[in-house]
Design a protein around this ligand. Structure first.
Ligand SMILES: NC(=O)c1ccc[n+]([C@@H]2O[C@H](COP(=O)([O-])OP(=O)(O)OC[C@H]3O[C@@H](n4cnc5c(N)ncnc54)[C@H](O)[C@@H]3O)[C@@H](O)[C@H]2O)c1
Ligand SMILES: N/C(=C\C=C\C=O)C(=O)O
Length: 490
């Protein structure tokens, strides 16, 4: 059934079918502030049924399936997403309010790409082997075989719902696991739609399950504390990660966390300034700043500071906020009014802490349905001290502080002066310096003269409070499967 703009009823998906039950909750379109769907909160019995269905899948047809067949199922899912591209597009836009062009070029294509890349990774995986001398003068051969973990819990956030959920589901299934997925309560639609695709491609019942709801004392906590769940892969706030770690501890689950950040960018005087302005205005404002990799602190070498600020101001003021389908709209709302109030609180705090507001700082005057949306202005500040609260805490909005520096050493020190360590970007035409400063960044990912360029085979994740572990390519295989070393006397 095509995803229509009328209110939809998003049920839980257990054992290959949509099931009734659970307390209804509203799903709001952030571009208008109106309810566009009703989802049903999975209670504990529904979560138990989903975990049991996943266990049956692993112990049944799915667990016995050949690698070649499993790979073809992953490719079929990718094709299923592509076949229903417009339905996924409508669903993602209805849940997030993001501009049509952004969802069309990033969110939905990456949903399919995530399944394709792991169908390839799993087919081209070398096995580890070592020959050894034995103490009695003989020889022995060691080799490793991999097995799935079993039932994996997936908990995903609201900023890139399909992209981030499939970034975990694809490798988990590629490795032979079954999953129970809890999407964010803010953005349940595309994960629900993926259930329809799984049924359509003939995925064995129980391989993919969807439970809707919230965190504490709801589907999220029921999943992370469930004794039948072997691992949790989570993307979200650092403090939520800590709560999940506590819930998972009694059953010693394997954990993979992609958490918050307070990402720096460093612009040297020898940078291609036009490229730096284009790249960093995109990095700060894309998805209304709701991307974990976005820089909220930009350090600029003093000789080019004023020119850089002018360039960023012009880019910010050229952005057009509005409804997703409106022509020319390239700037959407924040995910909720609650999140908007949080970001506006930081906007006020920045001024209280002495910021000069280069541009923005409030709510744009919009008319029509967009007037009910959760919009804020793209905002830039100068004049803030490096240790001001808005320069230390994650805002997750379309804003950044621009701070001058006078030496490479000072820039590296300020960039690393944070409890987070997710991403950084360095802008310089001196490539020795680019390599050197990138290697000095205490982060999981550092771009040089670029941002959010993604090779899905590479390690993705955060250092310090920004994450536990890495995903991507073989790194995902190392999390979603475990080796057994076999030693044979020759
Ligand atoms: N490192 C990354 O790759 C990455 C990517 C995207 C977002 N994020 C981070 O995610 C945050 C924004 O997303 P968010 O607001 O959805 O994060 P969040 O932590 O509030 O929620 C994320 C998910 O966790 C669930 N959840 C919340 N409390 C829970 C609990 N106690 N037990 C189980 N599940 C629980 C939520 O229902 C949601 O599905 C930001 O901090 C951002 O930096 C990180
Ligand atoms: N995990 C990824 C992106 C994360 C974006 C955070 O908002 C990815 O590109 O695979």
């Amino acid at each position: 059934m095509a995803f229509s703009s009328e209110t939809r009823h998003l049920r839980n998906y257990v054992g290959g079918r949509f099931v009734d039950g659970g307390r209804p909750f509203d799903v709001v379109d952030p571009a208008t502030g109106k309810v566009h769907a009703i989802a049903y909160e999975a209670n504990r019995p529904i979560v138990d049924a989903a975990v049991a269905a996943a266990r049956r899948a692993v112990e049944g047809e799915w667990g016995r399936m050949t690698l070649a067949r499993r790979r073809s199922m992953l490719v079929a899912v990718a094709e299923g997403i592509e076949k229903r591209f417009d339905d996924f597009l409508a669903a993602e836009i209805a849940d997030t309010g993001k501009p049509h062009g952004l969802a069309h070029h990033l969110d939905i294509p990456r949903g399919a790409a995530n399944f394709r890349v792991f169908a390839d990774v799993i087919a081209n995986l070398p096995a580890e082997s070592f020959e050894m001398d034995t103490p009695d003068g003989g020889r022995a051969l060691n080799y490793a075989v991999r097995r799935p973990l079993g039932v994996v819990g997936v908990i995903s956030p609201w900023n890139l719902p399909l992209l981030l959920m499939t970034w975990k589901v694809a490798p988990a299934l590629a490795c032979g696991n079954a999953v129970v997925v809890k999407p964010s309560e803010e953005t349940p639609s595309t994960t629900t739609l993926l259930g329809e695709v799984m049924s359509a491609v003939g995925m064995p019942d129980g391989v993919f399950n969807v439970i809707h709801g919230f965190g504490p004392d709801s589907a999220g906590e029921f999943l992370t504390s469930h004794p039948g769940v072997r691992a949790i892969t989570f993307t979200g706030e650092t403090r939520t990660g800590a709560a999940i770690m506590r819930a998972a501890a009694p059953t010693v689950k394997a954990l993979s966390f992609e958490l918050g950040g307070k990402n720096p960018a460093v612009v040297f005087a020898d940078a291609d300034l036009d490229a730096a302005v284009a790249g960093l205005s995109r990095a700060v404002f894309l998805n209304t700043g709701q991307i974990c990799l976005a820089p909220e602190r930009i350090y600029v070498e003093r000789p080019v500071f004023d020119a850089f600020v002018r360039g960023m101001k012009a880019r910010a003021e050229a952005l057009k906020p509005g409804l997703p389908e409106e022509a020319g709209v390239d700037f959407g709302p924040l995910i909720s009014d609650e999140h908007r109030q949080k970001v506006l609180g930081y906007y006020r705090m920045a001024v209280e802490d002495g910021a000069q507001v280069v541009t923005g700082g409030g709510i744009p005057a919009l008319s029509g349905e967009a007037a009910g949306g959760f919009f804020v202005e793209p905002t830039l500040w100068t004049g803030l001290a490096h240790d001001a609260r808005v320069c230390r805490e994650e805002l997750f909005g379309p804003c950044a502080a621009i701070i001058p520096f006078d030496s490479e050493e000072e820039a590296v020190r300020m960039a690393n002066d944070t409890e987070y360590g997710l991403a950084a970007s360095i802008w310089t035409t001196n490539l020795s310096r680019g390599h050197r400063v990138a290697a000095a960044m205490e982060v999981g990912i550092c771009w040089v003269n670029s941002w959010f360029l993604r090779d899905l085979r590479t390690a993705f994740g955060g250092a310090k409070l920004s994450g536990v572990g890495r995903e991507g390519g073989v790194h995902s295989v190392n999390f979603y499967s475990e080796p057994t070393n076999i030693c044979i006397r020759l």
